[in-house]
Design a binder for this molecule. Structure first.
Ligand SMILES: [Zn+2]
Length: 549
């Protein structure tokens, strides 16, 4: 099947999408018959460089072009031959596969010296010209410096900075830009009309967005959707081809950040990686979502947000907007944009997102030790995100009373710190589940796991329950291999399901490495069960402070 890109390649200047600055200059030069003999078309892929080169060649060789017009007739033999790529006088050379000097000599220099076969001019379109070797460029330079009168060169490249200055200085340069989304959408709409396909505007929007200014990519995506053979295309059909937007995951992710839950946010990103999401696309959508959040926060009531998102996501947007300051949101977006630029430069693809999470969740948090006064305002100069979740601002302090039991302990803890611990109690398991129950039911749990997965009990037998921290059951392993295995998302989900089936709770599992697990178990779980020691040690752990004597 002919690709849409070929089928709808512009045959007239007026059909060329975008690049108005290029179009206007070339049209004028054609009409005035004042053309350079060498052109450089530079710009991103799919922006219309080759299409423009062919249009220029056509206009130059057209036998019927009106003197006051730049448009080729598309009916004369020359125009038709160019349309079909059969013209003997318009030679398209892919420099990527003809990089050597011999190729340039044979295919370009020798041919250029011969007169045109049937047309007025001999035109060389050299695509990806930056791929030529240094000696090939030198050979080319000689003929570009003094071209035979009937010869034109059109060099096209996505990487103009790789072209020797000697060549650049001989060419009239045109810089092509990414095609803007509205123009891509318009072109796709025209194609659909001609193909007699009814298509939802939202789908065209998504294709345009996905193609990132590359019309060829957009046309190829549309082609894949049309190949499904449907006469009416809604988002449902399109989703078979287009990568879906991860709005649901993106909003969960944003929620973690707004709540300053770094751990769950990192876990989510790693799960999504396992599911094979495109991180770049995810980051772009994340930035869009954060912008929607900002616009919602500012009460702009811009209607396009409602067009982009579903009911459920709009609700989420409203609730998140009420929880975060506009200024902080701005900083959050800034962090995303900064980290996005590192996405393709690290060997761990998700690392820039993880760094963004840390910057957002931790930066600006006061470095509290137990000796210090609690301060609700961030002390750090850098970011100004609100203090970490565990520290409750004063407003709320007034609303809540510290519990009697903690007061009786007569520790040195200050109200805010006690409240911080209370805030953590939200994450506690149901009262009937203690670490003891877990240990008692361990064997039953292992049997239950076997129902879901045969090999999983073998791994679990390599470990032992270590302690219960809030809702997190930590299982210690002597070998990192087993620990890593248990922490794999898919495995963990199964183990957690079995565990909660047995205990009737909502526990999560975390594998930890502990080379001396047998001794460690008793020592670690006891202090945690005692309220005072547990309280202090978990505070120290959270804030990294030390106990005041
Ligand atoms: Zn013609």
């Amino acid at each position: 099947m002919e690709t849409l890109y070929r089928k709808y390649r512009p045959q007239l200047w007026e059909d060329l999408t975008g690049q108005d600055h290029v179009k206007l200059t070339l049209e004028k030069a054609l009409i005035l018959n004042k053309l350079a003999h060498a052109f450089l078309f530079a710009g991103p892929k799919g922006s219309g460089k080759t299409s423009s080169a062919r249009l220029l060649a056509k206009a130059l060789n057209c036998k019927k072009r009106a003197s006051e017009s730049a448009e080729p007739c598309n009916t004369c033999s020359s125009c038709q031959e160019i349309t079909l790529s059969r013209s003997l006088d318009v030679l398209e050379i892919d420099a990527a596969s003809n990089t050597g000097v011999d190729n340039v000599r044979e295919n370009i220099i020798d041919t250029a010296r011969l007169s045109p076969t049937k047309s007025k001019h001999k035109i060389f379109i050299i695509d990806e010209v930056h791929m030529l070797s240094a000696s090939a460029f030198n050979a080319l330079l000689k003929i570009i410096e003094e071209p035979p009168i009937h010869v034109f060169f059109i060099l096209a490249t996505t990487e103009p900075f790789k072209i020797p200055p000697t060549i650049l200085s001989r060419c009239q340069r045109f810089d092509f830009k990414k095609v803007d989304l509205a123009k891509i959408k318009e072109k796709l709409k025209k194609i659909c009309a001609q193909e007699k396909i009814e298509i939802e505007s939202k789908v065209l929007e998504r294709i345009a967005h996905q193609s990132d200014g590359c019309l060829r990519d957009a046309e190829n995506l549309l082609g894949q959707i049309l190949a499904l053979g449907e006469k009416k295309i809604t988002e449902k059909e399109a989703s078979l081809v287009l990568p879906r937007s991860n709005w649901k995951e993106i909003f969960s992710f944003l929620e973690h950040l707004v709540n300053r839950e770094a751990g769950p946010a990192v876990i989510l990103i790693n799960q999504l990686m396992e599911d094979g999401i495109d991180l770049f696309h995810f980051m772009e959508d994340l930035i869009s979502a954060a912008r929607y959040l900002l616009l919602t926060k500012l009460n702009t009531n811009l209607s396009f947000i409602a067009e982009e998102l579903e009911e459920e996501e709009l609700k989420k947007l409203g609730s998140l907007a009420s929880k975060i300051e506009a200024g902080l949101l701005g900083k959050m977006i800034e962090t995303f944009i900064k980290q996005k630029s590192f996405l393709r430069s690290t060997h761990i693809p998700q690392l820039p997102i993880e760094v963004a999470i840390v910057e957002i969740c931790y930066s600006g948090a006061p470095a509290i030790t137990l000796k210090e006064e609690f301060s609700p305002t961030p002390t750090s100069k850098s970011y100004g995100y609100p203090p970490e979740k565990k520290v409750i601002p004063k407003k709320e302090e007034e609303k809540t009373n510290p519990t009697q039991t903690v007061k009786e302990k007569k520790t040195e803890l200050k109200t805010a710190e006690i409240l911080a611990v209370e805030a953590e109690s939200v994450d506690l398991p149901p009262a009937n589940i203690t670490f003891e129950t877990v240990k008692e039911k361990w064997e039953i749990f292992l049997k239950k796991v076997q129902e879901y997965n045969h090999s999983l009990p073998f791994i679990l037998k390599m470990g032992e329950p270590q302690d219960l921290r809030g809702k997190i059951l930590r299982i210690s392993f002597r070998y990192t291999f087993h620990k890593d295995k248990i922490n794999e998302h898919k495995i963990k989900v199964i183990a957690e399901k079995a565990l909660n089936d047995v205990l009737g709770g909502n526990l999560t599992i975390e594998g930890v490495y502990n080379p001396e697990k047998n001794n460690a178990v008793e020592e670690i779980d006891k202090p945690l069960e005692k309220a005072d020691n547990g309280l202090v040690s978990s505070l120290i752990e959270s804030f990294g402070g030390q106990l005041a004597e």
